[in-house]
Design a protein. Structure first.
Length: 460
């Protein structure tokens, strides 16, 4: 009787309780590390971080200059100092250039978080344990917003019961495939935000599907925000430029040939998306004389991972190898010249020996399929794509259902070609779970023949 009464609650109460359940399930079902465990090491696979740009955004200083003193301090034991306080009157901006080595978006977010943590204190407080917890919360918050975004994305899904369906499916997935620690990247590094940002990309894609007609002022604002959010993601992690581009290709094909009512929103959001990295690239061109729309060291990130597998070029998957190679070429390691040379070297090898690259691509896809426990490889991908395009052309709601899967395929393709480092592809786990939750919600709604809710009706 009590269970039946739960389904007769007013829709807003029912939705709120289910969202709280989603948040609790996600937090308890994710194997987050304690902050002290994360801070036990000073590098998380991306080199020793710096707080120069974080300081700049927290104190409204130029991020393209080196700001001192350094807030990131390492103990003799190798652990990161969890809390560092720097008097604001000690902070200085030097004339040394701060090259765009990392995603500027990550430093911007950390700068805002540091501003909030410092408050009106006379010190700038770098509370790295707090940052770790906050980044963990962003993942939980992004997942909790998924059923809310699904509910809003289409009239077909606009029934409060989907929140219950979503939680039931989510609980089942957590019992079978929990959010293990290996699917998390934690630390003061931009990879730590890849998981929540991948889910945010899904939410933004749903927003474009819903507001693509731009028939109201509200929908126009939503399209602008979605385009900006997707563009900002590229400034946090560079691979999102390719991944989001694939999402726009997917939506664009159907917007132009099937669902012309969303064509305008897709085009405008795509323009705004491109504007973000383009504007940043123009700024770097003015400041440093080089157009860098995302970050430096892209050449190294292309060439060095060739060494992850046997290759005829003698390339090793070590930063030290790259340093020695550049020294032999009389090129400074951290420089625009190094980035340009390594990029040219990569494409020269690709042109001369394409078979090596395709073999590595095949091996990486097999490795990813094994790590995530799903049979998604080069033999399965064509059939997946055929199914996606077939059903998406039949019903517009399948654009929403398949969007997490399309993004998953993007991860397989991009990193299958470039890098097999597991911490780079952890969003695949959450995207596949999101696809299964959304797909189950759609299937149950269709099976029960439910119509969109119009008020405080009986939810059964």
């Amino acid at each position: 009787m009590l269970f039946r009464r739960f389904f007769t609650l007013p829709p807003r109460v029912f939705i709120s309780l289910n969202l709280l359940a989603t948040l609790a399930l996600t937090w308890m079902g994710t194997q987050f590390h304690q902050p002290q465990e994360v801070l036990a090491v000073s590098s998380w696979g991306g080199g020793t971080p710096t707080t120069s740009s974080i300081t700049a955004f927290a104190t409204l200083r130029p991020w393209w200059k080196r700001n001192q003193p350094e807030g990131f301090q390492v103990r003799p034991s190798g652990e990161v100092e969890p809390v560092v306080r720097i008097p604001r009157d000690r902070i200085t901006t030097t004339e040394e250039a701060s090259l765009p080595l990392r995603g500027i978006g990550f430093d911007l977010l950390c700068g805002w978080e540091t501003t909030v943590r410092s408050g009106f204190s006379a010190d700038l407080i770098f509370d790295f344990g707090w940052l770790v917890r906050l980044h963990q919360f962003w993942l939980v918050a992004a997942w909790t917003l998924l059923p809310l975004g699904l509910y809003w994305s289409s009239d077909f899904f606009r029934h409060p019961i989907i929140f219950f369906y979503f939680n039931c499916t989510h609980l089942g997935l957590l019992l079978v495939r929990s959010n293990k620690a290996k699917f998390l990247t934690e630390g003061i590094i931009d990879s730590a935000l890849a998981n929540p940002l991948a889910l945010v990309v899904v939410l933004a894609g749903w927003g474009i599907c819903r507001a693509g007609g731009m028939t109201t002022r509200k929908h126009q604002v939503i399209i602008f925000l979605c385009g900006f959010i997707l563009g900002f993601c590229t400034l946090v992690r560079g691979e999102f430029f390719f991944l989001v581009g694939l999402i726009f290709l997917y939506l664009g094909l159907f917007a132009f040939f099937h669902y012309k009512d969303i064509r305008r929103g897709v085009c405008i959001s795509f323009f705004i998306f491109l504007l973000c990295p383009f504007s940043y690239g123009v700024f770097n061109l003015i400041q440093f004389g080089h157009f860098v729309p995302l970050r430096m060291q892209s050449g190294q990130n292309l060439l060095e991972p060739i060494g992850q597998y046997p290759n005829p070029f003698g390339i090793e998957y070590r930063d030290e190898w790259v340093m020695e190679y550049l020294t032999g070429q009389k090129i400074e390691y951290i420089s625009f010249a190094a980035d340009q040379h390594l990029t040219q070297r990569y494409f020269a090898l690709l042109k001369e020996h394409p078979g090596v690259f395709f073999k590595h691509f095949y091996l990486r896809c097999q490795y990813f399929s094994k790590q995530f426990g799903y049979l998604i490889n080069l033999w399965v991908l064509p059939f997946l794509l055929l199914g996606i395009f077939y059903y998406s052309a039949r019903d517009k709601n399948f654009l929403i259902v398949f969007l997490p899967l399309v993004l998953t395929i993007g991860y397989f393709l991009f990193f299958g070609w470039t890098n097999n480092l597991l911490r780079l592809v952890t969003p695949i786990h959450f995207l596949l779970n999101a696809f299964l939750c959304v797909g189950m919600c759609g299937w149950l709604l269709h099976r029960k023949g439910m119509k969109p809710a119009t008020g405080a009706e009986n939810l059964i």
